[in-house]
Design a protein around this ligand. Structure first.
Ligand code: GLN
Length: 308
C-alpha cells in the first residue's frame, strides 16, 4: 500500500468536488472560511506523517475538542464522571435539549453539547475558568507536541456572545443539580475549548495516543489507560457524529469526532491517527467532504475497524 499516494489522490479528488456542503454561519469567524479548503494529515503508528492540501492551515476544531476535554476529565476525576453523563448515542442534534427533561439533566453522552458542558464543569472542579482553559490548552499542546496550538480569541468571544442555547443547556442541567460550578464558568470553559485553533497536522499528532493504547508515541508518555483509550474510541464510533454517527460508522467504520469548523479526527487503533478538514457541512453538521475523504481512505487502506 502506498499511503502517501492514497493521501495525495484523496486531496486531489476532494479539490475537484463541486458539492462542498454549507459552511457554519452562526458566527462571523466561521462564516467567512473559504469552502474550497481541504486538508488531510495521517500519522501512522510507525510515526510517518503524510499530508496533503491545506494540512498546515489552522481551523476552529470546535467539537473535536470534546475528545481532549473528556480525556483530561477522566484522568482527573475518573469513573464518577459517568454518574453525570451517559454513554449512549442520542440520535438527536448536537445542541438538542429534549432528552434532558426525561433523563433528569443527565446528558446521553459526552460529545453532545450538554455532555461536553458537564465535562467542562468537571474539569473546573472549583477552579477558575481561566486556569482550566490554560490547563486544557497546555494538554493539547503537549499531545500535539506543538506550542503553536492556540485558542482563537475572536471565536471564543463570538461563541459566548451567541451561545444562548449552550447557556440554556447549562442552566437546565444546573436545575437538576448536574453542574457543580456556576453555569457561566462551565460555559466559559466550553466556549474556549471550542475555539481551539489547530491544523490537520497538529490535530492528527494530538490524536496519536488514541491509536496507541493511551501512550504518546515518541515520548512514551502515558496519556491515559488502555481501558479508557478503548472506551473513548468506542464513544467516538457510536456518538462522535451526533445523529450522523450510525451513517459515519456504516460508511467509514472508524472512530471519529467531528466539529462544526469542518474538522474530523479519525482513529485507527494500532494503525493511524488522521485529521481531515473541509469547512462545508452536511445536514447533520458534520464535514461533508471530510466524511467522504475518510470513507475513501478507509476503503483504500482497509482501515475500517470491521475489516479483519
Ligand atoms: N461551538 C459549537 C456549539 O457549541 C460546537 C458544536 C459542534 O462543533 N458540533 O454549538
Amino acid at each position: 500500500m502506498n499511503l502517501a499516494q492514497i493521501v495525495a489522490d484523496i486531496a486531489a479528488e476532494m479539490a475537484a468536488e463541486a458539492d462542498r456542503g454549507r459552511v457554519a454561519d452562526y458566527i462571523p469567524a466561521l462564516a467567512r472560511v473559504d469552502p474550497a479548503h481541504f486538508g488531510i494529515a495521517v500519522v501512522t503508528h510507525e510515526g510517518a506523517v503524510h499530508e496533503a492540501g491545506h494540512s498546515e492551515t489552522p481551523f476552529s476544531i470546535q467539537s473535536v475538542s470534546k475528545v481532549f476535554a473528556l480525556t483530561l476529565a477522566l484522568d482527573r476525576i475518573g469513573p464518577p464522571l459517568w454518574k453525570r453523563v451517559g454513554r449512549e448515542p442520542s440520535g438527536s442534534a448536537f445542541n438538542s435539549i429534549i432528552q434532558l427533561e426525561s433523563e433528569r439533566g443527565i446528558p446521553r453522552n459526552p460529545f453532545i453539547n450538554a455532555g461536553a458542558i458537564v465535562v467542562s464543569d468537571a474539569l473546573l472542579a472549583g477552579h477558575d475558568a481561566r486556569e482550566t482553559i490554560g490547563d486544557l490548552l497546555r494538554f493539547v499542546r503537549f499531545l500535539a507536541e506543538d506550542e503553536g496550538v492556540e485558542i482563537d480569541g475572536e471565536v471564543a468571544h463570538s461563541e459566548a456572545a451567541t451561545g444562548f442555547r449552550n447557556i440554556a443547556l447549562g442552566n437546565y442541567m444546573k436545575s437538576f443539580g448536574n453542574l457543580e460550578n456556576a453555569v457561566e464558568e462551565a460555559c466559559k470553559v466550553y466556549f474556549h475549548q471550542c475555539a481551539l485553533s489547530m491544523s490537520c497536522r497538529q490535530l492528527a499528532m494530538a490524536g496519536r495516543f488514541l491509536m496507541n493504547d493511551g501512550l504518546q508515541p515518541g515520548s512514551g508518555a502515558r496519556i491515559t489507560t488502555p481501558e479508557r483509550t478503548r472506551r473513548i474510541n468506542a464513544l467516538m464510533l457510536t456518538c462522535g457524529h451526533y445523529d450522523g454517527s450510525g451513517e459515519f460508522a456504516f460508511r467509514v467504520g472508524i472512530p471519529g469526532k467531528s466539529g462544526v469548523g469542518g474538522g474530523i479526527l479519525g482513529v485507527v487503533p494500532g494503525k493511524a491517527s488522521i485529521a481531515v478538514w473541509s469547512p462545508g457541512l452536511n445536514e447533520r453538521g458534520n464535514s461533508k467532504l471530510g466524511s467522504l475523504a475518510l470513507e475513501r481512505l478507509a476503503e483504500r487502506t482497509g482501515w475500517s475497524v470491521f475489516t479483519p
